[in-house]
Design a protein around this ligand. Structure first.
Ligand code: PYC
Length: 314
């Protein structure tokens, strides 16, 4: 029986399963090399850790590794029900909550390496995490997208640690009672992006779709989003990388000044506070503030006699 030690958390309703120890052995090298190795050699462990029957489609995993940069405390590779992620904002906040629970990190400012860059966070006494995400930018402004239904929508292609298509003219109200339509439209948008060969930089797929609308109340937030993740689950949190991409768009259009707080509400009503520092004419450094709670601590058991030990065959 193999054992994997995990701490489960949620950030604004979105779960993160933080993998503290496991049989996974990654080589040294950069975090992106380690991610590639994990993708190539350990995909069955990814399924075992976050997919059914031990996990579910919403679960995001965070595999802790030794750091790469000399001043980082750890490295992390995020993954979900279909593969690995570049970065994950809610996940990083979940990692910090898990490390705090284990008393492996204290108040103050620390750094963690991810496959798309090193991020810095500040942990406050009350558990609130202020995450300085990777440099974020608007890559393609106001793209016209022809949907198979004949409709046209517009959106921005932006990077916030993952690639996003951020759409405002979707015509739907961002609320839980609309989940089915929000999901269907987001899938249609993603398929149209693929079909029309609209990508992030290089050939990177725009695999996160963010539909934006007004907040439930201006007292609570400045905007509300629905984010469809690559594995078809929607983000219960306001999406840290999606909020970073959104800030990059607001900054590029001069719609949000440096240092001013923007509150992003999720479809379930959780809120991240965000602001940015300008790095250069094209690029910002977003700060995302949120909190995560520990929901479980334990060991996953991998029984070689279990036919679904590594999840369902794909
Ligand atoms: O918070 O960045 C995020 C995120 C990405 C996918 C799910 N959550």
């Amino acid at each position: 029986m193999e054992r994997i030690r995990v701490i489960d958390t949620h950030t604004g309703g979105e779960p993160t399963r933080v993998v503290i120890s496991s049989p996974i052995e990654l080589p040294g090298g950069s975090m992106s090399d380690r991610r590639e190795h994990f993708d190539a050699e350990y995909d069955h462990y990814r399924r075992a850790m976050v997919c059914e029957p031990r996990g579910n489609d919403v679960m995001v995993g965070a595999l802790m590794t030794p750091p790469v940069a000399p001043d980082s405390i750890a490295g992390v590779i995020f993954f979900n029900n279909v593969g690995t992620l570049g970065m994950c904002g809610h996940g990083l906040i979940g990692v910090v909550a898990a490390l705090r629970f284990l008393e492996s990190v204290g108040q103050g400012t620390h750094r963690i390496d991810t496959p798309v860059g090193t991020v810095q966070f500040t942990l406050a006494v009350d558990g609130i995490v202020s995450l300085q995400n990777v440099p974020s930018y608007l890559a393609q402004d106001n793209v016209v997208l022809q949907l198979p239904s004949g409709r046209q929508v517009h959106g921005d292609v932006a990077w916030g640690g993952n690639w996003f298509f951020i759409c405002h003219d979707h015509g739907l109200t961002i609320e839980l009672s609309n989940l089915q339509q929000l999901t269907m439209l987001s899938r249609e948008i993603r398929a149209a992006l693929r079909q029309q060969n609209i990508t992030g930089d290089g050939t990177h797929e725009v695999d996160h779709i963010e539909l934006v609308g007004p907040a439930s109340s201006p007292c609570l937030a400045d905007a509300k989003n629905f984010v469809l993740c690559p594995g078809e689950a929607y983000d219960r949190s306001p999406c840290g990388t999606g909020t970073s991409a959104k800030l990059a768009c607001l900054a590029a259009r001069g719609e949000l000044a440096e240092g001013v707080v923007f509150r992003q509400e999720s479809i379930v009503g959780s809120v991240f506070s965000a602001s940015y520092r300008r790095l250069n004419a094209d690029c910002i450094e977003p700060t995302i503030e949120g909190i995560a709670y520990v929901t479980g601590e334990g060991e996953l058991l991998l029984d070689p006699l279990d036919p679904f030990c590594m999840g369902f065959p794909s």
